[in-house]
Design a protein around this ligand. Structure first.
Ligand code: ITT
Length: 196
């Protein structure tokens, strides 16, 4: 049966907020792992987004025994061979990631500044494990712009605007997280219809 309440395995308040904004219109309510009683920080020792998302979802599921999903995401910069990628959260101390990236890329010309955000979400309810992906293509700007969003949003250009210059709605319509969560929702619904 389609569950309209899911636990999100994350300690990142911004991901939680965005997932709520994206899933509320689809009738899905999200409980944080903290509110569900799981105060854990699973060790993300996988080498892919999918492995790390599965580690987080399964660890929190074992603790709460309710349907859970996790999001593992990051920024992949072409000129840096895909870095910081799965290491995006650990690339620099919180709040300094944009400055460090701009510094590392200061000699890279505009045409070689292509990048994408990737998000893998993994759902588990103890019986089924479902995985969905989303990406967002863009470019790394030469300076930080905008106050919204989090992480690398002030340096990620989508057309004329950085993600931090967009409203939450504008970002969620385009974002890697929005795409992955909408695909997950469709897969969950498809599964439920097949069970009927
Ligand atoms: P949890 O593992 O607890 O969910 P986390 O922040 O450690 O939280 P990740 O390991 O998936 O999560 O790291 C994702 C990092 O990638 C995140 O901390 C940001 O630096 C970056 N990131 C992911 N999505 C982003 C977005 O939409 N905008 C800006 N930066 C993003």
């Amino acid at each position: 049966m389609m569950k309209n309440k899911l636990v999100m395995a994350t300690n990142n308040e911004n991901k939680l907020r965005e997932a709520r904004e994206i899933l509320a219109p689809l009738g899905i309510e999200i409980l944080s792992q903290h509110d569900a009683g799981a105060d854990c920080q699973p060790e993300e020792n996988g080498s892919t987004f999918a492995e790390n998302a599965a580690i987080k979802a399964k660890t929190v599921y074992e603790s709460v025994k309710l349907p859970v999903f996790a999001d593992d995401s990051g920024l992949c910069v072409d000129a840096l061979g895909g870095r910081p990628g799965v290491h995006s959260a650990r690339y620099a101390p919180k709040g300094q990631e944009c400055r460090k990236l701009l510094d590392e890329m200061r000699d890279i010309p505009e045409e070689r500044r292509t990048a994408h955000f990737h998000c893998t979400v993994v759902y588990t309810d103890g019986e089924r494990t479902i995985t969905a992906d989303g990406t967002l293509n863009g470019k790394i700007a030469f300076e930080e712009r905008g106050e919204n969003g989090f992480g690398y949003d002030p340096v990620f250009l989508c057309g004329e605007k950085t993600l931090a210059e967009m409203t939450a709605d504008e970002k969620n319509k385009l974002s890697h997280r929005g795409s992955a969560l909408r695909v997950l929702c469709d897969l969950l619904k498809g599964n439920d219809d097949a069970d009927k």
